[in-house]
Ligand binder design. Structure first.
Ligand SMILES: Cc1cc2nc3c(=O)[nH]c(=O)nc-3n(C[C@H](O)[C@H](O)[C@H](O)COP(=O)(O)OP(=O)(O)OC[C@H]3O[C@@H](n4cnc5c(N)ncnc54)[C@H](O)[C@@H]3O)c2cc1C
Length: 492
């Protein structure tokens, strides 16, 4: 028999909008009644005010920091972060200046934000006066020393001519002949390409370079539900033929958002504190962490924003059947991605029209994506400038003596199962004093917005008012995600 949570999930998925919130503004269209999700629809979920509670938040990525930022005035919050610094997937490195170059920053994790698909973050940046720098999301793709190459602004190549017809077929099909209901997560990108009869060369050499920059996944690109790929193409945030639009980077690096939000938290943040166990009782939660008191510390509620494999492990001791089913490890699978800040110019193809931003390289050593964060020239004789490389295969790493920083990020693999299971989390969210937020609770493709909004949603369920009232596009995303997450305020 179909479990209750998944039946509810299917009902909720039915409200996923076909348009990006904000599209009306962007395209001058009038929102149809069907595409409007108002804050009134989630008003009943407004959390209670009154009693000051003690709330533990596990995980200091954007979701945990957002929840703490919202809740700290109403409640006594404690934000536990395993690493020495907050940010999680947000990680900014400083690049010192020298006699000829000014200092700069490089984002190793979260890099790009889409202003149309991320209205809550856009509202946050405005509120915090964080500057945004528009970027051309030009992607250059290189395949080995034989010189096979194309770029989103470089079509006059042998390779592009070979794949051009399939690029048209794929893009036209997504834009004008798409027949997969937006509520159907089961049709994968791989199955959709099979259905259109698209060549292997197109898939590996045209589609992968374009999508991998946004999906940052080693092996599971073909498992991505095609409805999300369609959203990206349909709204112009990805294209083979025109510069994808709406993308920005944060001036000074994405860590600025974390710094600004956490500056209000003071000693409520406990960095380098790894939570090991979360025990629930009828009326409270006990948190145990490395080096903490033997009996742990008592809280009224806990928000888990760490990955769901870790969440499952933390509550394992007293998890009930519903929790074990909702956190089924077969649904939520994570993969590790190695990211390097380095000056190994041999890791990238030279001769690319400069200044380039993203370069995809598929050589005999493996696949990688390199970002030139400063967009400084790499021409002959130029001083080596730091680059950021995401390695999708172990052998594609830069030379060790040229590596300045190396980070491993673990992130969710987006599959039909993970998307359905994210919605199924509503069966346990808010139950037993335990709330869930973070990118695993959000649906692709707007990961960062989804993680941020999920933090605001659990904060509201615990009594903090939504901060962007009056911003129609932001409210719509919040309302939609609230219904998907189905967090019940103060459910027993
Ligand atoms: C390399 C990379 C690049 C990305 N780039 C983009 C991008 O450009 N744009 C975009 O929209 N999205 C991007 N994403 C998606 C990104 O996952 C989300 O945007 C978002 O930042 C995730 O935030 P989060 O709070 O859900 O999780 P995380 O950032 O993963 O935070 C979870 C935190 O929990 C902590 N934690 C885990 N276990 C414990 C424990 N036991 N005790 C205490 N703390 C614990 C971790 O240390 C971590 O800090 C990228 C992802 C990756 C991996």
């Amino acid at each position: 028999m179909e479990p209750r949570a998944s039946r509810e999930a299917l009902a909720i998925i039915a409200i996923v909008p076909e348009r990006y919130p904000g599209d009306e503004a962007a395209h001058g269209q009038t929102a149809s009644a069907k595409s409007v999700y108002s804050l009134d629809m989630v008003e009943r979920r407004e959390g209670p005010t009154g009693a000051r509670k003690k709330i533990a938040i596990v995980g200091g990525g954007i979701a945990g920091v957002a929840a703490a930022w919202q809740l700290h005035e109403t409640h006594e919050v404690t934000l536990f972060e395993a690493q020495p610094r907050l940010g999680g997937h947000v990680r900014t490195a400083e690049i010192p200046g020298d006699g000829t170059q000014t200092s700069a920053t490089a984002d190793l994790g979260v890099i790009i934000i889409n202003t149309r698909g991320y209205p809550n973050l856009a509202a946050l940046y405005q509120k915090l006066r964080i500057g945004l720098r528009p970027i051309a999301l030009s992607v250059q793709a290189y395949f080995g020393p034989d010189g096979d190459h194309w770029g989103t602004d470089c079509h006059d190549t042998r390779l592009f001519r070979e794949v051009e017809a399939d690029c048209h077929t794929f893009q036209d099909s997504l834009m004008h002949r798409f027949d997969v209901p937006m509520t159907d997560f089961s049709v994968t990108l791989g199955a959709y390409c099979d259905r259109l009869g698209l060549s292997q060369v197109f898939r590996e050499k045209a589609l992968v370079p374009l999508l991998i920059v946004l999906q940052v996944t080693r092996g599971s690109l073909w498992e991505t539900p095609v409805v999300f790929v369609r959203q990206m193409f349909r709204h112009g945030v990805l294209s083979f033929f025109a510069p994808p639009s709406g993308w920005v980077m944060i001036e000074g690096g994405s860590a600025r958002e974390i710094d600004a939000l956490s500056s209000t938290l003071g000693d409520r943040v406990r960095p380098q504190t790894r939570v090991r166990r979360v025990q629930r009782s009828q009326d409270s939660v006990t948190i145990h962490w490395d080096g903490g008191p033997p009996g742990g510390e008592r809280f009224d509620d806990v928000i888990l924003t760490c990955s769901l494999d870790i969440a499952r492990m933390l509550i394992a001791e007293d998890a009930d059947e519903v929790e074990r089913a909702a956190l089924d490890p077969k649904s939520f699978q994570y993969e590790d991605l190695q990211v390097f800040l380095h000056t190994d110019l041999d890791a990238v193809a030279r001769g690319t029209p400069e200044p380039w931003l993203f370069q995809y390289n598929h050589t005999a050593r493996g696949r990688s994506v390199t970002l030139n964060p400063t967009q400084r020239t790499l021409g002959a004789g130029a001083a080596p400038t730091p680059l950021v490389t995401y390695c999708f295969d172990a052998d594609a790493t830069p030379a060790p003596d040229k590596v300045q920083e190396r980070v491993t990020f673990s992130h969710l693999i987006a599959t039909p199962a993970s998307c359905a299971a994210a919605v199924g989390l509503r069966a346990i969210n808010g139950r037993r004093h335990t709330f869930y937020a973070g990118h695993s609770c959000a649906l692709p493709p707007n990961w960062h917005e989804g993680a941020f909004v999920s933090g605001l949603i659990v904060a509201q369920a615990l009594g903090a008012p939504y901060p962007f009232r009056g911003d129609a596009a932001a409210e719509r995303v919040f309302a939609l995600m609230s219904m998907v997450m189905g967090v019940d305020a103060q459910a027993p």
